[in-house]
Ligand binder design. Structure first.
Ligand code: NAI
Length: 329
């Protein structure tokens, strides 16, 4: 089944080539999917997308017109695809439902440790021969309360790590994870209580109509003063302007963000010659108490291998039976 893989990067191409074992007449492009690049898929039955690709209704219509039947997502999240439109057009969409949730959970922990113990600042001081410690005071995580929004695969892996740190855990999720309660004594609460009691807030839920802008001005007003805030889920869950205000008024002591509300035109790209013209992003990355990483939480060998294997398996299943076990529409 002839397949075009959009948004290929040096970091994931070898894993996909190994998993494909020469099947599916795979072609690669480093361009992302858009109305301008749809025509590259002419003659292909399937395409594979990454989180920076945007499969809007218009793009899906054009894909359908040129004969594409299958869309394999190299991600857990599928908020970048108009699933309703895909269904109407009979286009099948499958994701990678799980690939090392530990990779993302461990990155969230890395961000917490870095912003709490001010590692970036410490590195800068070291470089400038300033060995004073006055600006580097953090707090013990042991005994503190960590609020986790979304206790699915990644949130649960994160909870188990923080349990190991000796933290008390609170969760907010419409689905209760009974096994996690047994393993970590996590307590399910409403979101208001979680915000009021947590010293650290970590977001691990999907972006959907309910969670979009979940953290806005009124939500930050419920947060315990001086909390750490970490988001490795999706940028759209947080209103960035309101987060900056919460940082400036001292509600949030520091934020670690692997995702950004308007990251699509920025992340995964080499913009050294044409830097992003995004004033909000500029404010965020220049904020002294914000640490940004560029949507890299998934970036471990284990996760990349898992993504590649499931993507190729979705293509194999469509070729064999026209159906994949990981269809999301
Ligand atoms: P999952 O589907 O296993 O778990 C998501 C959990 O969120 C579920 O328990 C669900 O009940 C809960 N949830 C749904 N709506 C909610 C709401 N309104 N409030 C609170 N909880 C809610 O998904 P998984 O694998 O744990 O992934 C979580 C998210 O992490 C993904 O949706 C994706 O956005 C993000 N992600 C980020 C990556 C990165 O590299 N930064 C990589 C992979 C995933």
């Amino acid at each position: 089944m002839k397949t075009l893989i959009y948004s290929i990067h040096a970091f994931d191409r070898p894993f996909l080539e190994t998993a494909a074992k020469g099947k599916h007449a795979i072609q690669f492009t480093d361009l992302s999917l858009s109305e301008e690049t749809v025509s590259l898929a002419e003659g292909c039955e399937a395409i594979a997308l990454f989180t920076g690709d945007h499969a809007s209704a218009e793009v899906l219509e054009q894909l359908h017109k040129i004969g594409v039947k299958y869309v394999a997502l190299r991600s857990v999240g599928y908020d970048h695809v108009d699933l309703e439109k895909a269904k109407q057009l009979g286009l099948k969409v499958a994701n990678v439902p799980a690939y090392s949730p530990n990779a993302i959970a461990e990155h969230a922990v890395a961000l917490i440790l870095a912003i709490n113990r001010k590692l970036a600042k410490s590195h800068d001081l070291m470089e400038s021969n300033d060995f004073r410690l006055d600006e580097l005071v953090g707090f013990d995580l042991f005994g503190k309360t960590v609020g986790i929004i979304g206790t699915g695969k990644i949130g649960a892996a994160f909870a188990r790590i923080m349990h190991g740190f000796g933290c008390k855990l609170i969760a907010y999720d419409p689905e209760i994870n009974a096994e996690l309660i047994t393993q970590t004594a996590i307590r399910y609460e409403n979101l208001e209580t979680l915000c009021a009691q947590s010293d650290v807030i970590a977001i691990h839920c999907p972006l959907n109509a309910e969670t979009k802008q979940m953290f806005n001005k009124s939500r930050f007003a419920q947060v315990k003063k001086g909390a750490l805030f970490v988001n490795t889920a999706r940028g759209g869950i947080v209103n960035t302007v309101d987060l900056l205000e919460a940082l400036d008024n001292g509600t949030i002591a520091a934020a670690g963000l692997d995702v950004y509300e308007f990251e699509k035109p920025i992340y995964f790209k080499d913009l050294r010659i044409t830097p992003p013209a995004d004033a909000l992003f500029e404010r965020l990355r220049n904020h002294p108490r914000v640490m940004l990483t560029g949507h890299q939480a998934f970036l471990t060998n284990e996760a990349l291998e898992g993504i590649a294997e499931t993507t190729i398996s979705n293509l194999d299943q469509w070729q064999e039976s026209g159906e994949s076990e990981n269809e999301v529409n």
